[in-house]
Structure formats: structure tokens, C-alpha cells
Design a protein around this ligand. Structure first.
Ligand SMILES: NC(=O)c1ccc[n+]([C@@H]2O[C@H](COP(=O)([O-])OP(=O)(O)OC[C@H]3O[C@@H](n4cnc5c(N)ncnc54)[C@H](OP(=O)(O)O)[C@@H]3O)[C@@H](O)[C@H]2O)c1
Length: 272
């Protein structure tokens, strides 16, 4: 009997070609949900996924008037879109949102957990309210939304979950104990879900942006922002669409063998 070598192991039967085609980057025929799609990074993600062919549902909370503009633009692309207002911090509201979204879009293929807040304060001055408030939106919110949709993806044998973490979840941040803990929790949750769903056709990944030009960073004091720019080799903040590009890739059929990954999009601020 011949020894088993790479050459003698039969290749799996496949109808897939041996190269990547244009359609492997396309999201045509997919439906996505982007939480916090009303503004900032979420808005850029929702518009990008739609421009790549997906129908896109978005959620909003205090900025639902901005959400209407996003859904209108998505419809202009010839895609379907709807928005839903809810407080992601409350699991019952998330479940109501999921039922409402599913009545319009019965099969969500891509979930982008983007909604997030900051409540910065030095550890000494951080209150339980600030701690719980950030954990409830930024970590429990990801848990609540994902559990509404991921088993449907697994049943259909295809799905993508992309969680928006942060460089702060990897490296910590002054005055951000609550935010750093939540975003590090998102990374750990991402890896665990990636393991549990890997054989069901569902990939689960995280993006760790550096500092992005949105209303969230508009609150950062000027001196702190100067230090951020000095520590960023690219020398500027990211634009929201640069985060959306990474989300689009991880959401695409082309990214089928990437799971449990944390993709840094930080202009070189943290290299490993
Ligand atoms: N900007 C950065 O430098 C940066 C860096 C790393 C990671 N991130 C992460 O990227 C994500 C988006 O941030 P951003 O900069 O785009 O912030 P943003 O402009 O403030 O947008 C935040 C989004 O989250 C939604 N949201 C907030 N609280 C919510 C709640 N309780 N329930 C439902 N939705 C809620 C907002 O909805 P409404 O506007 O409708 O209230 C909004 O759409 C966040 O997870 C953030 O932590 C941002």
C-alpha cells in the first residue's frame, strides 16, 4: 500500500472553481441587519453592504430621523431596507425588534453588531451606572441580537456575524474601563461563537477599529486627540467607510475560511 501523501489524499468533490470570481465579493441575494445603522460607522456599513447588493435592515435609538435617510439611500440603490427603533440594552426590546425585522426580512444572513456608546470617566470616578450602561449596550446588546439570528443562519447553512469591537478592547484606554471591558468581552464572545458555529456555515469575526471620525470621537478632548494622531502611523483618523470596507470583506462569500478573527483597522496604531 502506498504511504498517504498530500498527493494521494483525494480532494473533496466541489463545484467551486479554483479561483475567486467577482461574484464571491458580491452580496447579491443576501440580507443584512446593521445595529446602530442610523449614523457614524453603522451608516457607512449599511450603505456599503447595500451597494454590494444586500438588502439591509438597520436599527436606531435616539437618531431615527437619520435612519430614514439611510433607508432612503439604500432604496435608491435598488435594494430593500427598513429601520427599527429600540434600546439594545433591553433584551425584550431586542426580541421585539427581531420579530418585526423578520416579518419584513424572514432570513437575515449577515448581522453586524455595531451599536455602541461610551461613558468615559477615570476608574476612581466611574459609577455603577456608567459601568452597567456601557456593558448593557456594548456587550449584552451583542449577545441579545446575535442569539435572535444566528441559529436561523445555522439552519440555512450560511451566515456572517461581524462584531464591532475596538482597539480599546485590545490595548485598554485611559478613562475607559467600562468600554475596554465590554469591547474585550466582544472579542472573547466572537471567538467562542466562531468555535460553536464553524461547522454550520456561519463565520463570526470582529473588527477592532482605531479612532474613526464620528460623533463618538468628536467628544475626545483636543489634547488627547493630538496624542492619538501622534501615535497613529497613518497620521489621521479613519473614515467610517474604511471600517465598512473591512466589514464588507468579512461579510462576503470570499471570506468563508476566516472565523474567530479580530481584524485591526487602526492606521498602524497597534501592530502585533
Ligand atoms: N468612532 C470610533 O473611533 C470608534 C472606534 C472603535 C470602535 N468604535 C465602535 O464603532 C461602533 C459605532 O460607533 P460610532 O463611532 O459610529 O458611534 P456613533 O456615531 O455614536 O453611532 C452609534 C450608533 O449606535 C446606536 N446606539 C447607541 N446606543 C444605542 C442603544 N441603546 N440602542 C440601539 N442603538 C444604539 C446609535 O443609534 P442612534 O444614533 O439612533 O441613537 C448609533 O447608530 C460602536 O460600537 C463603537 O464602540 C468606534
Amino acid at each position: 500500500m502506498n504511504p498517504t501523501t498530500i498527493e494521494t489524499i483525494p480532494l473533496p468533490e466541489t463545484t467551486e472553481p479554483e479561483y475567486v470570481r467577482m461574484q464571491d465579493w458580491s452580496l447579491h441575494g443576501r440580507t443584512a441587519l446593521v445595529t446602530g445603522g442610523s449614523r457614524g460607522i453603522g451608516r457607512a456599513i449599511a450603505l456599503s453592504l447595500a451597494s454590494l447588493g444586500a438588502d439591509v435592515a438597520i436599527t436606531c435609538y435616539t437618531g431615527c430621523k437619520f435612519a430614514d435617510d439611510v433607508t432612503a439611500q439604500i432604496k435608491d440603490f435598488g435594494r430593500r431596507s427598513t429601520s427599527y427603533s429600540h434600546d439594545i440594552a433591553h433584551p425584550a426590546e431586542v426580541e421585539k425588534m427581531a420579530r418585526a425585522i423578520e416579518s419584513v426580512f424572514p432570513a437575515i444572513d449577515i448581522v453586524v453588531n455595531n451599536a455602541g456608546i461610551t461613558r468615559d470617566r477615570t476608574f476612581k470616578k466611574m459609577t455603577y451606572d456608567m459601568w452597567h450602561g456601557v456593558l448593557a449596550v456594548n456587550l449584552t446588546g451583542v449577545f441579545s441580537v446575535t442569539r435572535c439570528f444566528i441559529d436561523g443562519m445555522a439552519d440555512r447553512g450560511w451566515g456572517r456575524v461581524v462584531n464591532i469591537s475596538s482597539i480599546i478592547g485590545e490595548a485598554g484606554g485611559f478613562g475607559q474601563a467600562n468600554y475596554a471591558a465590554a469591547k474585550a468581552g466582544v472579542i472573547a464572545l466572537t471567538k467562542t461563537l466562531a468555535i460553536e458555529y464553524a461547522r454550520k456555515g456561519v463565520t463570526v469575526n470582529a473588527i477592532a477599529p482605531g479612532f474613526v471620525s464620528t460623533r463618538m470621537t468628536a467628544e475626545v478632548p483636543e489634547r488627547a486627540m493630538q496624542s492619538v494622531l501622534e501615535r497613529t502611523p497613518v497620521g489621521r483618523l479613519a473614515e467610517p467607510r474604511e471600517i465598512a470596507a473591512a466589514v464588507s470583506f468579512l461579510s462576503s462569500p470570499a471570506a468563508s475560511y476566516i472565523t474567530g478573527h479580530v481584524l485591526d483597522v487602526n492606521g498602524g496604531m497597534l501592530m502585533r
